[in-house]
Design a protein around this ligand. Structure first.
Ligand code: 13P
Ligand code: SF4
Length: 314
């Protein structure tokens, strides 16, 4: 029977630290998690760094404060470990846009193509891919592919277009997008730039071209953080999920970070999937050792190869 958090007095932070010791667990968190979760995690990083941490951990249990495809990647790299995700509904619009049977048909239609898939896809799609990439190593990986080898890039069309420009490679793109990175308003970003003329616009390559064309710097979450630390401006307009601003403020408290606004007056620049994880759910999943990520052996083995290829090439 699973327990609910009915004790209102429970000190969640204290309990999480205690359970972590008891379970010999590690908490891995993505930068888009709420601030409290980032602060209690053993490691906070981008998708590539989190995969590397998952591969190298000696902990018995991995608690993944992120989304489903990230926790799946940790499980693929550690098939014999218990991998927990605080909320199994924490999905991703990019992964959802690319169901495995449709991806399989796409591959069959283009038999001579190499399939490079963004890590934001399901384990089944990974198992059908040749190489996985993240936004921090995609350019490096594509540049290692012989120029005459045609490439299918899935599932993020915006990242794919950006990479085509950066590498000069023509690629066949899957038509998926991130619901967060496509909400930013070009008009409101230009208004902010008028208000703060010295501000730098920094953007994740999952953004649409209409936003990327205004950016002073484009990169994965970790690269955006590094840029914000090393650059000497005072104000930044941040076109990615605003959870990352927590780390930006921590490392540069004297700078002003403004979350790029969405077109509508909503909170839709926050990832609804990432934000499903809460401190309460993190505590409960450790207490109940559930929800657990489980994958069949064929998917585990099939998805491991393209992930290992990525780690070798990056
Ligand atoms: P990175 O942290 O690898 O840049 O990925 C961003 C993202 O959208 C994760 O879902
Ligand atoms: Fe997926 Fe976008 Fe959320 Fe990242 S921010 S998990 S790409 S929906």
């Amino acid at each position: 029977m699973f327990e609910l958090n009915d004790d209102v007095d429970v000190d969640l932070k204290e309990e999480i630290v205690k359970l972590k010791k008891e379970l010999n667990a590690v908490i891995l968190a993505h930068y888009y998690q709420e601030a409290e979760i980032q602060d209690i995690a053993d490691f906070v990083g981008d998708s590539l760094e989190l995969a590397r941490q998952a591969k190298s951990t000696s902990a018995d249990v991995i608690i993944f404060a992120g989304v489903h495809f990230m926790a799946e990647t940790a499980k693929i790299l550690n098939p014999n470990k218990l991998v927990l995700l605080p909320d199994l509904e924490a999905g991703c619009s990019l992964a959802d846009s690319c169901p495995a049977p449709l991806f399989k048909a796409f591959r069959e239609k283009h038999p001579g193509h190499l399939a490079i898939s963004y890590i934001n896809c399901s384990a089944s799609v990974k198992a059908l891919s040749d190489i996985i990439c993240t936004s921090s190593n995609a350019e490096k990986i594509i540049n290692q592919i012989p120029p005459d080898k045609p490439i299918l890039f899935s599932p993020d069309r915006n990242l794919g277009k950006y990479l085509m420009k950066k590498t000069g490679r023509d690629m066949l793109l899957w038509d998926g997008t991130c619901i967060v990175h496509e909400t930013f308003s070009e008009r409101k970003i230009i208004d902010l730039k008028t208000q703060y003329p010295g501000a730098k616009i920094i953007a994740h390559p999952e953004c649409e071209d209409t936003i990327l064309k205004h950016a002073d710097f484009i990169g994965s979450t970790s690269k955006l953080l590094k840029f914000a630390l090393e650059d000497e401006s005072k104000v930044y307009i941040v076109a990615t999920e605003p959870g990352i601003i927590h780390q930006m403020k921590k490392q540069s408290p004297e700078k002003n970070f403004i979350a790029a606004p969405p077109e509508k007056n909503c909170e839709c620049n926050e990832c609804p999937y990432m934000r499903l994880n809460t401190m309460e759910k993190l505590h409960l999943c450790m207490k109940n050792k559930w929800p657990e990520i489980s994958l069949d052996n064929a998917t585990l083995a099939g998805a491991l190869k393209p992930i290992e290829k990525m780690l070798e090439m990056s």
